[in-house]
Design a protein around this ligand. Structure first.
Ligand SMILES: *Cc1c(COP(=O)(O)O)cnc(C)c1O
Length: 410
């Protein structure tokens, strides 16, 4: 019989969202009249911007004509999209990138997972806690870890606690690590990193020959002009950082699927015999072998995000979510809750009242206010005692949810 990849058996069976679903179902079955508002899952709710939709439609129509039909495109993405992103999104930050340094994909989750292909197994990986679970679980799947302990920490991974005490920005690792995952603005805590903060990480990476995986999925939600949108705004980062971006939250592409990775040519690793090798070359090789490109209409739609009109409309949608974030933040802060995030990120990370556990607070809000959020402990042990609310809901739901939580806490 064919043998299975037993690394998968080390995973704790997709515990968080299925468990939320189970508890919500049990509640709604017992209380069919309750109008439950979901501010839990990190999915967008606004439709695509009109200009983006128009470009998407046009590209689909192109496929129906002999003259404009498009078959296989370049595996790493069309130059017209890559150059548009470089011009409109990186150049204004003062970041120069070459076309060959950017790779278009069908989303950032896959990229965060697939990037591990081009790194040796004996690299030591550092991951935040709490964290986007993909970073952790993909390292387990690929075989870089041992079993999890009773807290949920896997043997072999260096966890970096992000706590109220450190402002949810982890301290530099005290042991040598080779790969560091950073995500700013952060999911789930909504924290952002200043340039000075990121410089600390870039300096560490250069001094230790480490590579930073910088997940910038939420960069479009930054409102403070002092906060960097890209790690390449930090001097030296092109030598040590790979950046991930996604159209999912920026432009409502969670169902459309498009992301990108930047692998600067200067980011180097070594072979076992000590020769330097460019990760860009490896990633190109991997991409051209294992991927056949994001779909043509999707890339056309993505390019339209950066047209003047498309960007104005897209920005208005981001602003809509950030107004939701303000309503949640101000409404709950004035009700006496301690909360973080929501200023440059679509997530509010609140401290549960009276030291309740994350899951107890979840149950309380579900059964008493009929509002669903995400228990912080589901993102890692250091998330215990916290709770994530998403600003991606419909305005009237967000307003009603805030009112209900306020009443409930009185
Ligand atoms: C939503 C999200 C992504 C984007 O995933 P896609 O596959 O592009 O939809 C990446 N990183 C984090 C932390 C996210 O929350």
């Amino acid at each position: 019989m064919a043998k299975i990849n037993e690394n998968y058996l080390k995973l704790k069976a997709g515990y968080l969202f299925p468990e939320i679903g189970r508890r919500v179902r049990a509640f709604t079955e017992a209380n069919p009249a309750a109008k439950v508002i979901r501010l839990g899952i990190g999915d967008v709710t606004r439709p695509l911007a009109p200009t983006v939709l128009k470009a998407f439609h046009k590209a689909v129509d192109d496929l129906g004509t002999i003259d404009h039909f498009a078959g296989y495109g370049p595996e790493q993405g069309y130059d017209w999209l890559i150059n548009e992103v470089i011009e409109k999104s990186y150049k204004p930050l003062g970041v120069e990138l070459k076309t060959e340094e950017m790779f278009i994909s069908d989303g950032s989750k896959c990229d965060c997972a697939n990037i591990l292909d081009i790194f040796a197994m004996d690299n030591v990986v550092a991951i935040g806690d709490p964290v986007y679970p993909v970073y952790n679980d993909t390292n387990v799947m690929i075989g870089r870890t041992g079993e999890a302990d009773e807290k949920g920490y896997y043997k072999g991974i260096v966890y970096m606690p992000c706590t109220e005490e450190n402002g949810f920005i982890p301290a530099l690792p005290t042991t040598k690590v080779d790969i560091i995952y950073l995500c700013f603005p952060n999911n789930p805590t909504g924290t952002v990193a200043t340039k000075a903060e990121l410089k600390k990480w870039v300096d560490y990476a250069i001094a230790n020959d480490a590579v930073i995986f910088f997940d910038a999925a939420y960069e479009a939600f930054i409102t403070d002009s002092e906060i960097p949108h890209s790690i390449y705004q930090i001097e030296g980062a092109k030598k040590c950082a790979i950046e991930f971006r996604s159209f999912s939250k920026t432009a409502g592409f969670t169902g459309v699927r498009c992301g990108l990775v930047v692998v600067p040519e200067e980011v180097m690793g070594t072979t076992s015999t000590g020769e330097k090798y460019s990760f860009n070359k490896l990633w190109l090789r991997r991409t051209t072998t294992k991927f056949n490109g994001a779909s043509y209409p999707v890339q056309r739609a993505a390019a339209a995000v950066y047209s003047d009109e498309g960007w104005r409309e897209t920005k208005a949608i981001v602003d809509y979510y950030m107004e939701n974030a303000r309503i949640i933040r101000e409404g709950l802060a004035s009700a006496g809750l301690t909360l973080y995030g929501g200023l440059n990120a679509p997530y509010i990370w609140l401290k549960t009242p009276n030291n309740m556990s994350s899951w107890d607070f979840f149950d309380k809000l579900l059964t008493e206010a009929n509002v669903v959020g995400t228990p912080g402990s589901g993102f890692g042990p250091s998330g215990e005692g916290f709770f994530r609310l998403s600003a991606f809901g419909h305005r009237e739901n967000v307003e009603e949810a805030v009112e209900r939580i306020r009443k409930n806490l009185k």
